[in-house]
Write a protein that binds this ligand. Structure first.
Ligand code: ASP
Length: 345
């Protein structure tokens, strides 16, 4: 009887996982997917149909940009009906931004899109790349007893943990546990078995078709509050021509200093139609602007809550919503609701 093997498309963008040391300079440089695959002979042991697409040239993820997110979406769209799942090999530095952006762009996604990479190149003896890659492929191909994908979400798999992509932050440049999902439970843990946290995994609305999006508006900025921030500097930033939205990283549960000029500048900005979203500088926890006087005054200034959003998710969501030409009120409304599980409402 004809047996349909699971199928996975590997999209290789670059990053440490596929890098090799330049003998002369000692710096890490990209090499192509075929060479990468040579270092993982285990790939052939999967009873899966595995195809690959590679960025030419592969890039360090510091060079990742919104047009390349659109390119990834295009690749997934063209191949959507032909594969059970997708694995994106990506540098770790901006992986959480890409995962967040894709989670918004791939509306009503019904298949796994798993990003992974590594801290050590795949050619190194102690590389973490092999385990990350092999398990990511297994997760991308996994189906439940009804033959439905187990994780139809954009995720990051790293160091044995499967996390919702738009909840992750790169938090370690040294250890193998490079990513953490501070405000949402992990979706799976890979040990002897891969144990899925099924109740935390999103299900697509099967009555709606998969709908890819491609547009962004990058007239945005992230501003971090710090003791000593000057009025003239903040004023210059908020008055940059073309600016449409700001992610404001405040203290603790969403607090800002009680300075007259700060509130005035923010109020002027929001009155001019600039969206200001309040997220916390803390890695874990949520913004509660009604908790302290220092937060309440931000509400008066027209600042909206970013809830427990990561910075990566808040900024990519703003770019995504603004890219669709939504009105000021509509962007503010959508920032307050979860589109793909990026915030806890
Ligand atoms: N600089 C690399 C990148 O993000 C680091 C990595 O892959 O871990 O592409």
């Amino acid at each position: 009887m004809y047996k349909k093997y699971p199928s996975v498309l590997l999209i290789y963008t670059g990053g440490t996982i596929g890098m090799i040391e330049n003998q002369e300079t000692g710096a890490l440089e990209n090499f192509d997917f075929d060479k990468l695959a040579q270092h993982v002979p285990e790939l052939k042991k999967f009873k899966y149909r595995i195809s690959s697409y590679q960025f030419d040239p592969p890039i360090d993820s510091s060079d990742m940009e919104p047009p390349l997110w659109s390119k990834l979406v295009r690749i997934i769209k063209y191949n959507y009906d032909y594969y059970d799942g997708f694995v994106i090999l990506h540098g770790t530095d901006t992986m959480s931004y890409t995962a967040s952006a894709l989670s918004f762009m791939l509306e009503n996604l019904g298949k796994p899109v798993i990003l992974t990479g590594s801290q050590l190149p795949i050619g190194k003896l102690r590389t973490d790349g092999k385990e990350n890659l092999l398990t990511a492929i297994e997760i991308a191909a996994a189906k439940d007893k009804d033959d439905m994908p187990v994780v139809p979400e954009v995720c990051i798999f790293f160091d044995s943990h499967l996390m919702r992509g738009n909840r992750t932050t790169k938090m370690n440049a040294e250890n193998f546990n490079a990513f953490h999902s501070f405000n949402y439970p992990v979706l799976a843990r890979a040990g002897v078995h891969i144990k899925y946290n099924t109740s935390q995994i999103r299900r697509p609305d099967l009555s709606k078709p998969f709908h890819p999006h491609y547009v962004f508006d990058t007239n945005v900025v992230v501003i971090t509050l710090f003791p000593g921030l000057q009025e003239n500097i903040l004023s210059a930033l908020l008055n940059v021509p073309g600016l449409k939205a700001v992610v404001l990283k405040t203290y603790g549960s969403g607090n800002a200093p009680q300075k007259e000029w700060l509130m005035r500048l923010l109020k002027e900005a929001t009155s001019r139609g600039i969206i200001v979203v309040n997220i916390t500088q803390c890695q874990a926890g949520t913004v509660e602007m009604k908790r302290y006087e220092t937060g309440l005054q931000l509400i008066d200034a027209g600042v909206i809550s970013g809830h427990d959003s990561t910075p990566e998710s808040a900024i990519t969501k703003l770019m995504f919503l603004l890219g669709h030409g939504l009105s000021y009120d509509e962007v503010r409304r959508k920032m307050n609701i979860s589109l793909t599980g990026e915030i806890t409402e």
